[in-house]
Design a protein around this ligand. Structure first.
Ligand SMILES: [Zn+2]
Length: 586
């Protein structure tokens, strides 16, 4: 009877798991695209679920032994994760879906088999988080990684007597071996950081017996990966300074990463040894669950544990049997937990397992049936061709990595779209914007110049279907070597703007102002407000709003005092310009 019930419960669990996989079909599709997208740099993502499955396979014996009663608490815990996943599926928010999926990988086994089983699923499930696309999400971190790498390279190159200047994340040398190396987003070391963290997590789980030691080894991965990237950028710069920029940015740039990654892995293994020496397993600790060396002792301890559990079961059973008034079970049959569980309680919990299937399966089917997200039409607008008191001009960018000049359209001879300095092709967006932003992002730019030589560079970025079309200036301006100070809010022409003073190393002080609007007519200057509205529209209305970010950079290229909002004349001029611009925007 009990065995049949057990089989029925397993079938219910497998059916629920099947419905769950069906519900997450859309997420698997999206993740496949992420893994195949060279911009996301996540080719290692394929290995992550394989490892998780393997980690689960190594504990199959413990899994079998751990099976307990179905848990009502586990079923309750499933619900928030199912909700998060459902909201993520609406509006193509793959990270939310992933958080939901990982949570369900623990809570569904918990609902069906109890916490002891779910506990064994925690590590394989959390490991799946290494498939979360990070590149567009962690720019807060990558900007510091990039500045650290370029700053260290700059300091060491100076020490070697190489004539270089640092401009944000770029290192530029003039002279016999001139080069221009920008520690761009892909070079931030984030990929090697995430890959090394995943490897270390796996290595620590197999070799370290306690969670404390695993955590210690895992923490070592971060400085190791960061250091590895700094060394890599530094050697690229040294190659460029002493050999040639072409060799450094070509062959050496492409292959040095692998060598340094292997060295980092060797260091990680060494760290593992040090952790083992520094924190020897004390008597109270659990022996390594999967270590080969300690297998004999391990098995003996596990046997003791199980025998104890069995005895405990018998005692509980005796107590319950006495309470029920039924005959006591013959003593001495200290079998595994399953055998000892009272059949009456088992049947009751079977009902709970059936309830879990009945609750969760429709949720997953509903998730799979989520209608295709509506992508709204972008708001129609053009940057004004004329502005009172201003001359206007277009702007083009050279994409040759050793040149990267900015060229005004008025200075190009008729119909020629090539860089006057290097002869390379000119584009309407910078090389950085083209490589980082999703392909469906639209960018328009225009320059307005007053007769006093004040220049306003206006750019409008129309976001596509992904959230990372719009970058926060607070993050990307420091990457270009600017210090930001004295942010303030301005309202001009009935539109809110956020204005910030910029101080660059090689330019006069200038001012940057930005504002957002969308196709529904919402106007805001707050990133937080925009992100909240965007997430709300995606999750609740299942539609993707097309946000436009307009930035205005005001500078005075011929005035060493720069452009400063603390000067009354500059402030009035700026507010007048923003009000005029605002009239032309929806
Ligand atoms: Zn050029």
């Amino acid at each position: 009877m009990r065995r049949i019930l057990e089989h029925k419960r397993l079938i219910l669990f497998l059916a629920t798991a099947g419905f769950m996989l069906y519900g997450f079909c859309g997420m698997f599709d999206r993740l496949r695209d992420v893994f195949l997208d060279p911009k996301e740099d996540m080719s290692f993502g394929w290995l992550v679920p394989v490892f998780s499955a393997y980690a689960l396979w190594t504990v199959r014996r413990e899994l079998k032994e751990s099976v307990g009663k179905a848990s009502f608490l586990g079923l309750l815990a499933c619900l928030p994760f199912a909700a998060v996943a459902l909201l993520g599926t609406r509006g193509l928010q793959v990270r939310l879906e992933q958080v939901g999926f990982v949570g369900l990988c623990v809570t569904v086994p918990w609902a069906f088999f109890g916490w002891s089983t779910a506990r064994l699923c925690v590590f394989p499930a959390i490991f799946l988080l290494f498939t979360v696309p990070m590149s567009s999400f962690l720019d807060v971190v990558t900007i510091h990684l990039r500045l650290l790498a370029s700053g260290t390279a700059f300091a060491v190159l100076k020490g070697f007597g190489v004539q270089v200047v640092q401009q944000g994340t770029a290192i530029i040398a003039q002279g016999a071996h001139s080069f221009n190396i920008d520690v761009a987003e892909p070079c931030s070391g984030l990929r090697s950081l995430v890959a090394l963290m995943a490897l270390t997590a796996a290595y620590a789980w197999f070799t370290q017996p306690t969670w404390f030691r695993r955590g210690l080894l895992f923490a070592c991965a971060i400085p190791l990966a960061v250091l590895g990237n700094v060394v890599r950028i530094l050697t690229i710069c040294l190659c460029a300074a002493w050999a040639s920029a072409d060799f450094a940015m070509g062959f050496y740039h492409d292959y040095s990463g692998y060598v340094i990654f292997i060295v980092a892995i060797a260091c990680m293994v060494a760290c593992g040894e040090i952790v083992s020496r520094l924190c020897p397993a004390s008597r109270g600790e659990k022996p390594p669950a999967r270590g080969k060396k300690a297998r004999g002792a391990d098995d003996a301890k596990r046997f003791e544990g199980r025998a104890f559990e069995g005895l405990k079961c018998v005692r509980e059973l005796d107590a319950s049997a006495t309470a029920d008034g039924a005959g006591a079970r013959p003593a001495g049959r200290a079998g595994p937990l399953l055998d000892a569980a009272p059949p009456a309680a088992e049947g009751c919990r079977m009902w709970l397992a059936a309830a879990a299937t009945l609750v969760l399966a429709p949720v997953f089917v509903f998730q799979a049936m989520t209608p295709v997200t509506t992508i709204m039409d972008p708001p129609e607008f053009e940057l004004p061709a004329r502005m009172p008191g201003c001359q206007t001009d277009g702007i083009r960018y050279c994409h040759n990595e050793q040149c990267l000049r900015t060229v005004m359209v008025s200075r190009l001879s008729e119909g020629r779209n090539v860089c006057p300095v290097c002869g390379g092709d000119l584009h309407e967006v910078t090389l950085g914007e083209k490589t980082i932003l999703p392909a469906d992002t639209r960018i328009v730019k225009r320059v307005y110049r007053t007769s006093y030589g004040i220049q306003f560079l206006v750019s409008a970025v129309v976001s596509g279907k992904y959230k990372h079309s719009i970058h926060r200036p607070e993050l990307c301006m420091p990457a270009q070597g600017f210090i930001m100070r004295e942010p303030r809010d301005i309202v001009a022409g009935g539109r809110p703007f956020r204005a910030i003073h910029l101080q660059g190393a090689n330019s006069f002080p200038s001012v940057l102002a930005y504002t957002f609007f969308n196709q529904a007519g919402v106007r805001t200057a707050s990133h937080t407000h925009r992100i909240f509205l965007d997430t709300w529209d995606r999750s609740v209305h299942n539609r993707i709003d097309r946000w436009v970010m307009v930035t205005v950079n005001a500078s005075a290229p011929f005035d060493s005092g720069g452009f400063d909002l603390d000067h009354e004349s500059d402030r009035l001029l700026f507010e007048g310009f923003l009000a005029n611009l605002s009239e032309h925007l929806p």
